[in-house]
Design a protein around this ligand. Structure first.
Ligand SMILES: Nc1nc2c(c(=O)[nH]1)N[C@H]1C(S)=C(S)[C@@H](COP(=O)(O)O)O[C@H]1N2
Ligand SMILES: [Mo]
Length: 405
């Protein structure tokens, strides 16, 4: 079988990016950049502390994207390659895990101040494999373009999270009658007092469901600082906006949270499609579960492949927590589909790897595509794409053009 090059055309290093100063000390500019396949898609590639060189979206706050080729290496995204997204630039880099406390308060019988050691000793440990995907993943492909971080497809990752059930913590504190939501805050602060602190809330039912955990480990190691060391919330199936990092405050509240990040930001059109016409105004709801998606990871748009050789195409699929039922693969832009072989099942919230054969017999362009269908029959969108002004919920079948020569 022919071996494909690890370096993709889109990831060719084009060198010499000028880099400004960094809030986080220790960031190493490697003097390289990549060009993502949309307008203004050129980005520096920089190694931040505990991270290998990643694609820099912004430096203050730091936002780093995972190159797509990393997802070809396995179902689990290595901690040093896991994407990074912060809203506020005041991210502490000198967290003392021994002194760190999670303050549990609000409508509870017994307020708690939990240390990481308390979590590790006084509660049952649980492990869950789950995809963390930014609501704005793939926003750069929205047409018409929308404001916000212009991510390609690398604002996602899959990890094995270890921690304790949030419901066990809340049971120890004792939720009082009248509780409606649970509100989460992290240790970082806005640089300007006018910037609203980043706070998110979940309905009590969801917050006390079995799979929501306060995680102190990621892929068998401490969380990297940029991914929320020492503890973060993990809300499997739901977009990452709820996965509060450096979680130091849990408050049970008696009415729906009206803070900026719940009431104004991270909202989607209320209709089931999540779509709206550009220029219109619609009723909105807070973003929730992730729609089903899949990606080819072996090749990227614009790659060259050897003609006449049998190739194995690998990819990943995931959804909002129902699990992947099947993945279809096409080499003619979706006119014909064949069933891909699914890889090992790490649970309904994890990346599911898949594999398909592709023999580009002729020297010509092929349009490759994958289409995932989840356990409740939801399929990726094949006719058109979602559009909304937040740049959320993209889940159409992605067409990947390769040239066989
Ligand atoms: N404390 C804190 N937690 C946060 C955020 C943040 O800005 N501050 N951003 C959220 C959003 S929108 C995303 S996409 C994920 C990113 O997680 P990661 O940086 O570990 O990839 O963190 C979430 N948790
Ligand atoms: Mo996000």
């Amino acid at each position: 079988m022919a071996k494909l090059q690890g370096m993709h055309r889109r990831e060719f290093l084009v060198g010499g990016a000028a880099l400004g100063s960094f809030l986080l000390t220790g960031a190493v500019a490697v003097g390289q950049s990549v060009t993502l396949p949309f307008a203004n898609g050129t980005r520096p590639v920089v190694a931040y502390p505990q991270k290998r060189p990643l694609i820099v979206l912004t430096t203050r706050p730091v936002q780093l994207e995972t190159p797509l080729s990393v997802f070809n290496e396995g179902e689990f995204t290595p901690n040093d390659a896991f994407f990074v997204r912060w809203h506020l630039a005041g991210v502490p880099t000198d967290i003392d895990a021994a002194a760190f406390r999670i303050n549990v308060h609000g409508l509870v019988n017994t307020p708690l101040q939990l240390s990481v050691a308390d979590l590790k000793t006084a509660y049952d440990a649980v492990e869950i494999a789950a995809v963390c995907q930014c609501s704005g993943n793939s926003r750069g492909y929205f047409d018409p373009r929308v404001p916000g971080g212009q991510w390609s497809n690398g604002a996602m990752g899959n990890a094995l999270w270890k921690g304790v059930r949030l419901k066990d913590i809340l049971a120890k504190a004792g939720i009082k009658d009248g509780a409606v939501q649970v509100r989460f805050n992290g240790a970082e602060t806005p640089v300007l007092p006018s910037t609203p602190d980043f706070i998110k809330s979940l309905d009590v039912d969801l917050a006390t469901s079995d799979d929501v955990i306060v995680a102190y480990a990621m892929n068998g190691a401490d969380l990297p600082v940029l991914n929320g060391y020492p503890v973060r919330l993990v809300v499997p199936g739901y977009f990452a906006t709820y996965w509060m990092k450096m979680l130091d405050d849990i408050e049970v509240i008696g009415e729906p949270d009206q803070n900026f990040w719940m009431k104004t930001a991270y909202r989607i059109p209320a209709d089931p499609c999540g779509c709206q016409q550009p220029g219109t105004t619609v009723k909105t709801v807070p973003i929730g579960r992730m729609p089903v998606r899949s990606f080819i990871t072996t090749v990227q748009d614009g790659d060259l492949v050897p003609a006449g050789a049998a190739l194995t195409m690998n990819g990943i699929a995931f959804d909002g927590g129902y699990g992947i039922d099947r993945v279809l693969f096409s080499t003619d832009g979706g006119q014909h589909w064949s069933q891909a072989t699914l890889g090992k099942d790490y649970g309904k919230y994890a990346f599911r790897q898949w594999q398909a054969r592709f023999t580009p017999a002729a020297r010509k362009q092929y349009t490759l595509a994958s289409l995932a269908i989840n356990m409740i029959g939801e399929a990726q969108r094949i006719d058109g794409t979602v559009w909304n002004p937040g740049g959320y919920l993209r889940n159409n079948v992605e067409m990947v053009k390769v040239r066989a020569s």
